[in-house]
Design a protein around this ligand. Structure first.
Ligand code: ATP
Ligand code: MG
Length: 365
């Protein structure tokens, strides 16, 4: 007889096992979600029946005018608030009617958040900011000390471990926030206008990082006002007046060269996380997914042709390895080294020949 899961975590873990094998369960599925805020006597209908499925390894951009309900929706799918009505399932497990304590467990174990305003502890170092979610989830100190620096390395900040937020640029602070969101190996990363406080160059860096993380298997839902930013995603969902009015694949996903990404900085080349379990993976939704894995073959560049409800990736996407690109320069280098002694020998021979010829002609005359 099958034993019923007794905690939300257990329920999700058993679904995760199922999801890894079958590929049919969306990471998140919402149906007719409504949210009514009461302001004094006035009802504000922020969401008016939203239904959406997001599958593993999708990168979804939520767009829409100010006040259209994007953040309200993110708060609900992030288990930060509860809907007025409707259903929300995370990996097939209904979370819409869980208690505040259960929702806190779900948030800590399965969700990562990135906000416009970074929300870092101002006096804590980057390392301590990142170790915090691990502390909350009861990860022992030794494990925290191992995983927190790795998360920072992963976002290209391996040399800024002991900097406090005020000693970091805006883009670096956001990268710390992303590392903090990733340190518990979330099922889903939720980012509400993560580039809203950043200049365009830094925004590109952050979006490149998110795109790389998505290529490594992380499922992302991101809110943005900017089409340029949404272009990094694979699917665009547009809200208007608390409803979804369009849901379409982004045909020309803004694909950056993986090699130009900050996530490919030399500090993190050997840190390759795996977001989302594969069928073979035995540690289900545990803390092991960021342990470096042996390198796997290159993943081809995304085409943007993925269906709106992308099927589960049996093999999690991985960061493109720089191995191929780095091989050619090193071969060229080796060729240069072997040609050099030959050239010197040739020069010596020519000189000797010239001296011998000069002596010969002198002798003749
Ligand atoms: N806590 C709240 N109490 C009352 N009304 C709220 C609350 N939060 C949001 N609203 C209202 O709900 C509606 C949707 O707000 P929401 O913050 O979701 O919009 P948004 O699409 O994220 O907008 P923006 O792009 O400006 O961030 C708005 O009319 C807003 O005034
Ligand atoms: Mg908002």
């Amino acid at each position: 007889m099958n034993k019923e899961p007794t905690t939300p975590g257990m329920a999700l873990e058993s679904q995760e096992k199922h999801a890894s094998g079958s590929g049919t369960i969306p990471v998140l599925a919402v149906r007719n979600l409504t949210k009514i805020y009461l302001v004094g006597q006035t009802e504000v209908r922020a969401l008016r029946g939203v239904s959406l499925d997001v599958y593993r390894n999708e990168f979804v951009a939520i767009m829409g005018a100010s006040g259209s309900g994007k953040s309200t929706f993110m708060n609900l799918i992030g288990c930060l608030d509860q809907p007025t009505s409707g259903e929300y399932k995370l990996l097939g497990t209904s979370v819409s009617h869980m208690t505040a304590k259960e929702l806190a467990t779900i948030r800590n174990k399965y969700l990562g958040f990135v906000f416009q305003g970074f929300h870092l502890l101002p006096r804590a170092t980057a390392l301590n900011n990142i170790a915090l979610p691990l502390l909350y989830s009861g990860v022992p100190k030794e494990e925290r000390d191992r995983r927190a620096p790795k998360a920072l390395e992963m976002v290209g900040l391996g040399t800024r471990l002991n900097h406090t937020p005020s000693q970091l640029s805006g883009g670096q602070q956001q990268r710390v926030a992303i590392a903090r969101a990733l340190v518990n190996n979330p099922l889903l990363l939720l980012a509400d206008e993560p580039t809203g406080n950043l200049d365009s160059r830094t925004s590109v860096e952050i979006m490149t990082l998110l795109q790389d993380l998505n290529r490594q298997g992380l499922t992302i839902v991101l809110v943005t006002h900017e089409h340029d930013i949404a272009a990094y995603a694979m699917r665009r969902v547009t809200f208007r007046d608390g409803r979804i009015v369009s849901d379409e694949p982004i045909a020309t996903s803004r694909s950056v060269e993986v090699n130009s990404s900050p996530v490919q900085s030399e500090e993190i080349r050997d840190v390759e996380p795996q977001f989302g379990a594969s069928a073979e993976e035995t540690a289900i939704l545990t803390t092991d997914r960021m342990i470096p894995q042996p390198a796997k073959p290159l993943v081809s560049k995304e085409t943007g042709q993925r269906p709106v409800t992308a099927p589960l990736q049996k093999e999690p996407l991985r960061a493109a390895s720089p191995a191929n690109s780095s091989q050619q320069p090193s071969q060229v280098h080796r060729v240069k080294i072997s040609v050099l002694p030959l050239l010197i020998l040739l020069a010596l021979l020519v000189t000797l020949l010239r001296v011998a010829l000069r002596k010969f002609f002198n002798h003749c005359t």
